[in-house]
Design a protein around this ligand. Structure first.
Ligand SMILES: [Zn+2]
Length: 232
């Protein structure tokens, strides 16, 4: 006796006779057009103008509201930026930082280029810079913000791919430079933190600006930098 599941699988996977294939294709295309023209799906367009994906209209409207609200926060804080000429498709609202944030410079390792990130990360760094400044930091040296990579071991896209994370390795103070690798004391709770980078880390954790912070205490991959990431 044939089981229901086997029977169902057989019906679903049975080949379509060649004479009916063009008819089935026409019906499918017509149905898809009907759905889209009725407003049930919404085509979003990339900055290049090409059609990229479909999403619910209410979600698209919320995303646009959030995008504009983020830009407004940067404008009110007098953050200087420009839109990249060739924005990465994986970053929702890509911006290139120009100048300092609250008096703090975010300097790339190579000393070339600008910080490329999503607006939400720049907004978080704007708030972070105020804390850095209070701790005497003048420059935060980072290896990358936006970069295409995957998380280990899951293999899922990293928040760096969305421009929502930054890796900071070194902090320049008025008279000294401290590195996360050498000057962050491992295994020290915030109640007993006396080293400058530990106190800085504790202040940032308390401020809850980032939804994910990784340090040398987190795992081997972060032995030499802080990973700061915001919510997607
Ligand atoms: Zn990172």
């Amino acid at each position: 006796m044939t089981s229901p599941s086997r029977f169902g699988a057989h019906r679903t996977c049975s080949p379509i006779p060649s004479t009916n294939r063009s008819t089935v294709a026409r019906v499918c295309v017509t149905a898809l057009l009907t759905i889209c023209l009725s407003g049930a799906c919404h085509a979003t367009r990339g900055r290049s103008g090409r059609q990229e994906s479909y999403e619910n209209p209410s979600r698209a409207r919320k995303r646009e509201r959030d995008r504009l609200a983020c830009l407004l926060r940067l404008k009110r804080a007098a953050v200087r930026y420009r839109v990249p000429a060739h924005p990465p498709a994986s970053v929702a609202n890509p911006l290139l930082l120009r100048g300092r944030l609250a008096g703090v410079e975010f300097r790339p390792f190579a000393r070339r280029g600008s910080l490329l990130a999503d607006c939400r990360l720049l907004d978080a760094l704007r708030r972070t810079a105020k804390i850095l400044g209070k701790h005497g930091v003048r420059v935060a040296v980072f290896s990358n913000a936006y970069s295409r990579r995957r998380r280990l071991p899951s293999g899922r896209a990293s928040r760096h791919t969305a421009g929502l994370a930054i890796d900071v390795h070194r902090f320049v103070f008025a008279e000294r430079v401290l590195t996360v690798e050498q000057d962050f004391a491992r295994g020290v709770p915030c109640t007993r933190a006396v080293q400058p980078l530990n106190r800085l880390h504790c202040a940032l954790s308390k401020a809850k600006i980032f939804d994910r912070i990784l340090t040398p205490d987190s795992d081997r991959a972060h032995y030499n930098h802080f990973h700061w990431a915001v919510i997607e």
